[in-house]
Design a binder for this molecule. Structure first.
Ligand code: MF3
Ligand code: CO
Ligand code: CO
Length: 291
């Protein structure tokens, strides 16, 4: 026997079927649709337990970054940053994801001035006026959170101030586009528009990425693009937005070490990264810091 929309609900609640279990059924079917949609794109939607794990890992990553910021001074080496991040991560029961990742030799990426990303910590001495991006990814209880900031060493000049301000705002512009129903392309579009309208350029070769159960998961999140293109955002998606913004042209070169990416024209490059969760309504940063 078929239950009509206006019939009393068979569950015995006394409410009409359409106000009771019919809604729940539609919800369930809707959720199933989203799951198969994500699966088609090989995207692993995260459940509440996993989200809490990534959030906790994010808190450790942010604490690490704060302590690195406090230790920065002209005259120190990037190797000292690596030693600190390594020790602090281990001390907190986590592991540094970069170490031995595809052969990366250190526990954190330190990218100074014209270095776009994947700078390898070493004997390089920081000097007054440098900018340095520090990118931290711990693995805590099997969960990954990925976050980075660009800091000033000593007193910044006008170019350093400009590129850091633009990169910071680019992440803000990208985050503002995150909501269920928008697309990956909307994020890149907003970032590219802001960067280029301020005379800066967006690096194409490196992109944001799904994260949480692994270091780099689908989908890719380009920091350029067109509105409405690419994968649609659904609740439970967790990915990074991490625009790399150059003061000059977007072209890059990879150094002999096969990791360090530098701007081809030698211009300054800056970056900010957060790990973000798409919610039913809006979004939440799992590595929240003020932009
Ligand atoms: N943390 C970087 C990112 O944001 C990846 C660094 S890979 C490494 O995706 F091997 F260099 F650590
Ligand atoms: Co990342
Ligand atoms: Co990162």
């Amino acid at each position: 026997m078929k239950v009509g929309r206006n019939d009393p609900c068979p569950c015995g609640s006394g409410k009409k079927y359409k106000k009771c279990c019919l809604v729940k059924r539609q919800d369930r079917e809707q959720t199933e649709d989203l799951k198969s949609y994500a699966a088609r794109h090989q995207i692993r939607l995260k459940n509440d337990e996993q989200i809490e794990g990534i959030r906790k890992c994010g808190r450790l990553a942010l604490e690490t970054l704060d302590l690195v910021e406090a230790m920065l001074r002209p005259g120190m080496t990037t190797a000292q940053i690596d030693e600190f991040v390594h020790e602090f991560t281990i001390k907190n029961g986590a592991r540094p994801a970069p170490l031995n990742y595809r052969g990366f030799p250190k526990s954190v990426c330190t990218s100074v001035n014209e270095v776009i990303c994947h700078g390898i910590p070493g004997p390089r001495v920081l000097k007054d006026g440098d900018i340095i991006n520090v990118d931290v990814t711990p693995i805590l209880d099997g969960y990954y959170a990925d976050v980075n900031k660009t800091f000033f060493v000593g007193t910044p000049g006008p170019e350093a101030k400009k590129i850091v301000a633009v990169a910071r705002r680019c992440l803000q512009e990208g985050l503002a586009m995150v909501r269920a129903g928008n697309t990956i392309g909307d994020i890149g579009w907003a970032i590219q528009r802001y960067a280029e309208s301020n005379g800066c350029s967006v690096v194409r070769e490196f992109v944001g990425h799904g994260v949480g159960l692994d270091f780099h998961e689908p989908p890719q999140v380009p920091h350029y693009g067109n509105r409405g293109q690419g994968v649609r955002l659904v609740p439970g998606m967790v990915f990074t937005i991490e625009p790399m913004i150059n003061l000059g042209g977007p072209e890059l070169e990879i150094l002999e070490d096969r990791w360090t990416a530098v701007t081809k024209d030698g211009s300054l490059s800056a970056q900010f990264e957060q790990t973000v969760l798409v919610k039913e309504k809006g979004w939440e940063s799992l590595t929240p810091f003020e932009l």
